[in-house]
Write a protein that binds this ligand. Structure first.
Ligand code: NI
Length: 188
């Protein structure tokens, strides 16, 4: 396994639509394993293919004991509303409250290309929705009011120089750097 570079806000790939996965390949199996590895090293709980420079409609999520491979995922049911703080591995150190449906049912294919459905609420529901947004070129800052988005992007402008070429090299981050990134709410 290897740790992949994470693309950060400003890289156009984060705004591109993804392409559904038609067949599982050895290369895609490796990509999925690398995405879990990268997510763990970056202390994230979700990671979508565009965040590692790929165009497949594919994301991974891991919260507590729940480990999901989401291939061609879609939300098929939504209920309620919930506001919660979000961050993103592609927008390090920026956090904001986002309102989303509280409970969802998502449909996806697993790593063997078998269809499954997952009902989720709380952080898992938020994370799955955040990752599916990534697959549609959407980022959590898009949900903010003009004022809050302007403030978040102004803060990001001060951070962005840490990531030349819009690349976040997770493998080079020292434990001290990771501590600096620690935050009560995880990045997705
Ligand atoms: Ni994200």
């Amino acid at each position: 396994m290897s740790i992949l570079d994470i693309r950060v806000l400003g890289d156009p790939i984060l705004r591109q639509a993804t392409t559904p996965v038609a067949t599982m390949t050895e290369e895609l199996h490796r990509l999925i394993a690398d995405m879990f590895d990268t997510m763990h090293h970056a202390r994230g709980i979700g990671l979508a293919a565009p965040q590692v420079g790929r165009t497949e409609r594919l994301a991974v999520v891991e919260i507590d004991e729940q480990r999901l491979v989401l291939i061609n995922p879609e939300v098929i049911e939504r209920a309620g509303k919930a506001k919660g703080e979000e961050g993103c591995l592609s927008i390090p150190d920026i956090y904001a409250d986002v309102e989303r449906p509280r409970t969802i049912t998502a449909r996806a294919l697993d790593e063997r290309m078998q269809p499954y459905e997952v009902e989720a609420d709380g952080l898992l529901a938020r994370c799955i929705q955040h990752e599916i947004d990534h697959l549609d070129g959407k980022l959590f800052v898009d949900y903010l009011s003009v004022l809050k988005r302007t403030a978040a992007l102004a803060k990001w402008k001060l951070e962005a120089h840490h990531y030349p070429g819009h690349v976040r090299r997770v493998s080079l981050e020292t434990p001290e750097d990771l501590d600096e990134h620690q935050h009560p709410d995880e990045e997705l």
